[in-house]
Ligand binder design. Sequence first.
Ligand code: ZN
Ligand code: ZN
Length: 356
Amino acid sequence: MNSGHKYLRSLLRRKSLDAVLVWNLENIRYLCGFTGSEGVLIYTEEEKIFLSDSRYEEQARDEVRGAVFRKFKKKIEGIAQSLRSLGVKRLGFEASALSWESYQALKEYLPRVNLVPLLGQITLLRARKEPEEVEKIRRAIAIASEAFQDTLPRLKPRVREKTVGDFLEFRMKRRGGESSSFPIIVASGVRAALPHGKASAKGIEKGEMVIIDFGARHEGYHSDETKTVVLGKPESRQRKVYDLVLKAQERAIRAVRPGESVRRIDNAAREVITRAGYGKFFGHGTGHGIGLAVHEAPTISPRGSGVVEEGMVFSIEPGVYIPGWGGIRLEDLVLVTDRGCEVLTYLSKELKDNIL
Ligand code: ZN
Ligand code: ZN
C-alpha cells in the first residue's frame, strides 16, 4: 500500500467526503493496480469499488488489489448504482479529469448527491514517490541512457533528425523499455529554438547544436532527460549560452531541499539567465514532476505553488531559445532527499562531454 492511500483518506476527512470518484487512469493504477484504459474507482474509507466493462473483466480480476470489481454496461449508470449502494451523499471528483458531459450525466443520475470538485489537492496524490517507484524511474533512466549511448555514433552530419529519433526509440525498446515516454525531440540548428521541436526530416549539419529530449517508460514509470550536443568545435556564442544554461541548471539543483518553494527553485535558474540578459529567451517553467505520467505534480515554475517534499521526483530543465539562431536545454531528474536532492539522471551535461 502506497502513501497515496493515507493522502486520500486525509482528503476525505478534510473535505467531509463520503467518497472520491477516481477517474484519472494513472491515479487508478496507482491506487489499485489496474493498467487498462477504461474504468473508475470509487474510494471510501472502508470500501473501494473498481468498475469497468466486460472487455477488462479478466484483466481487472488479475491486476486489481484492495478493491472489489464490478462490471458495468453503461458507465455512468453503473457508477450511480454503486454510489447509491454505498449511501454516498458528498462525492469528490477530479475536476481536471471528468469531462463536462460525464459530470452532467452524473448529476442527472444522482440529483441528491453533492458533487465536490477536487482541484490542486488531488494533483499531489502521487507526488511523493515510494522507494519502489523511484527504482522504476531509475530503471527507466538507465534504459534511456544506454539507448542514448547506442545512438551517439549515428549523430553525424547529413543524418536526418527523424532517423536519430527513430533509432533512439528502437534502442530503448531493445533495451527493455515499454516505449518512449513521449515523441522524442531532436531539434538541430535553428530548429533548436523551438522548445518542442519534434524530430523532423531536416538533416543535421556540422557546427550545429542539437537538442535531444528523450525518455523511456518502464512498468508504467517514465524518465525524461535532455542533452544538447554540438557537432564539431563549438563557436564562442554556443559556448557562452551553453555554460549559462548549465550554470542555471546547477543553481536550481542546488536550491532543491525539503520545504523549499517551487517558485524559489524556478527562480534560482531563472535569475542566472535573466541576469545574463537572456531572460526573454527562457519562456517555460524550470521543471515538472514525473512518475506514472510524464508531467505531474509538482510544477516548478513562476506560476507553481507550494513547497517540495522528500520523495518527490521532478525535472530541472532550463533552456535558452533564440529565434534564428538555435537553442540549448539541459534536463535532469532529481529526487528530493532529507537534506537536498539526488540527481537521478547520470549522463554528463558538461559541454566538453557533449562535443561530437
Ligand atoms: Zn524532457
Ligand atoms: Zn521534462
